[in-house]
Write a protein that binds this ligand. Structure first.
Ligand code: SF4
Length: 314
């Protein structure tokens, strides 16, 4: 690898490749719910989930979609004037409603003159054929990315965190989205209870073989107000939460196994201190990125270096 060459592909690179300029994702609460909370799949939700922990202040469903977009733009314009935005339907399952409701919400966002497209976070088991047909139609002239919460490729781990769906549906829906011309992002959590280091790395290698464009990874964080926070209080020994150093090493290994042309949208997450139980690293995302860059350089390694090596270790 040549000195100064980027060692992994990040979201800025994705923006440049697709839009030829910087685009900003703007979180929107579209007022959706989740089948793992309303009783359809379950009532308690995934054990790690507290949607409030990652929702910015301007993003509140009761404010309506256009107002959230306006407030979000006002917030970001202080730093980047005139940039484009993607309406990021983030909390809960944003394909879980009647098609009429889904279409009305997405189309309100797309009508805004500063919105270049949609990013739709959702559970794979709520992406029906009807929703796919609809999104395929929009994607003929607008940017549409479906962000699938997959979290782990281990069925036992998904069961343990009460996910309420398995791996097969996620793989099938990722393939369907890609076949219909949608961008696809997969989200995985590294460090869920019951998942070994080798299984996590294997998970990255396996999703890299799905027809996806983006991969989002982050460390497991125990968040206040979740079932996992109760479990952690009762049995902390059942968790192996990563230290910052240990997580950097894990991410390096994950990057080495990732498909070389994937964009790694995010590799870490920092939940606001008011919500975070553990681990508390106290680093900002840009500081983590600089540390990671240094570690990749020290090891003279890069994205996809071992993509073709098939090994599963524990
Ligand atoms: S993580 Fe997503 S699927 Fe799980 S309970 Fe929360 S909103 Fe529902």
């Amino acid at each position: 690898m040549r000195t100064g060459q980027q060692r992994y592909r990040d979201y800025a690179g994705f923006s440049r490749a697709v839009f030829r300029e910087r685009v900003q994702k703007l979180s929107i609460d579209g007022g959706f719910t989740c089948p793992n909370r309303d009783g359809t799949r379950g009532r308690d939700g995934c054990t790690f989930c507290n949607n409030r922990a990652f929702t910015p202040a301007y993003c509140r469903g009761e404010r309506g979609i256009t107002r959230q977009i306006e407030e979000g733009i006002r917030f970001f314009e202080r730093k980047y004037r005139g940039q484009k935005y993607l309406a990021y339907f983030q909390p809960y399952s944003n394909t879980y409603a009647s098609l009429e409701v889904i279409a009305a919400r997405f189309e309100e966002a797309l009508k805004h003159p500063r919105v270049a497209g949609l990013v739709i976070a959702t559970r794979p088991d709520t992406v029906t054929g009807e929703v796919l047909d609809y999104l395929e139609g929009i994607a003929r002239d607008r940017h549409v990315c479906v962000e699938l919460g997959v979290e782990s490729l281990q069925e036992a781990v998904l069961e343990r965190v009460n996910r309420g769906h398995g791996v097969a549906v996620a793989e099938r829906v990722a393939g369907e989205c890609a076949r219909r011309g949608l961008f696809v992002c997969v989200h995985l959590i590294l460090g869920l209870p019951g998942e070994s280091r080798g299984e996590m790395i294997d998970g990255v290698a396996r999703v890299s073989r799905w027809p996806i464009h983006l991969l989002k990874l982050h460390q497991l964080q125990v968040i206040r107000g979740t079932r996992m926070a109760d479990e952690y209080r009762e049995r902390p020994g059942a968790f192996s939460l990563y230290s910052l150093e240990g997580y950097l090493d894990l991410v390096v290994e994950a990057i080495e196994r990732a498909r070389p042309d994937l964009y790694l949208e995010r590799l870490v997450n920092q939940t606001p201190a008011a919500y975070l139980v553990a681990p508390r690293w106290g680093v900002k995302n840009f500081e983590f990125a600089a540390m990671l860059e240094r570690r990749l350089e020290e090891r003279d390694t890069w994205q996809g270096k071992f993509y073709n090596e098939i090994t599963i270790s524990n």
